[in-house]
Design a protein around this ligand. Structure first.
Ligand code: C5P
Length: 216
């Protein structure tokens, strides 16, 4: 079973995807980490004419076995750099096959990102599109940073999330929109457990429907 989970920054999609993977015993890929790793690899070329070529080279050379420095990968700086390399078509192209192979491993997988249900796995068994209002998303991200003991400027964080959303939604190479067959889940008023229960109910419902239509 392949489960595609897409949604904007800090919508809770990563936590939900992890929870779904645990629930169904499937491997999980956070595809945002790939873009974050490429972004960090070229941070010293940011705002230079070499940025694009360097980002493409970094995406082609990306060693997916070494996405382990989660402190750096989940930093605010990495988020912004990720969304800048993510608008480069050849960067996306370089990492597409790896994501598709991950999804198609025996037994399936859960992948989360922006374009999983639209570009990476258009044939996913279940597609979820996660939403939450911008203030709720900012507050979640702020608490994550605070839990790590990092200082948080909520005003700046809110604008950074809005800016990143706008760049992601306008990305001509991105595929960041709700697929026609994706199920919308708004987590604004849900805690993690309630959101996971709702996601599991959607997945179980879709799979039961498929089983029934196969049997019919
Ligand atoms: O999901 P996360 O916030 O870690 O993603 C970081 C950035 O990577 C996003 O803002 C987006 O620009 C890019 N991204 C993408 N496609 C994906 C996953 C992430 O463009 N599938």
């Amino acid at each position: 079973m392949i489960i595609a989970v897409d949604g904007p920054a800090a919508s809770g999609k990563g936590t939900l995807a992890q929870g779904l993977a645990r629930h169904y015993g499937l491997p999980h890929l956070d595809t945002g980490l790939l873009y974050r790793a490429v972004g960090l690899a070229v941070r010293d070329a940011a705002d230079t004419p070499q940025f694009e070529a360097r980002a493409i080279a970094a995406a082609r050379a990306l060693d997916t076995a070494h996405l382990t420095d989660l402190e750096a990968l989940t930093s605010a700086e990495a988020s912004v750099l990720a969304s800048k390399v993510a608008v480069i078509g050849d960067v996306r192209q370089a990492m597409r096959q790896y994501q598709r192979d991950f999804a198609r491993q025996p037994g399936g997988a859960v992948l989360d990102g922006r374009d999983i249900g639209t570009v990476i796995c258009p044939d996913a068994d279940v597609k979820l599109f996660i939403e939450a209002d911008s203030k709720a998303r900012m507050e979640r991200r702020a608490r994550q940073f605070e839990a790590k003991g990092l200082p948080v400027d909520r005003y700046a964080l809110y604008h950074q999330i809005e800016e990143r959303d706008a760049r992601d939604r306008a990305n001509p190479h991105g595929g960041f929109y709700k697929a026609a067959d994706a199920h919308l889940l708004d987590t604004t008023r849900l805690d993690i457990e309630a959101a996971l229960r709702a996601a599991v109910a959607i997945v179980d419902g879709v799979m039961a429907g498929k089983a029934a239509s196969k049997g019919a």
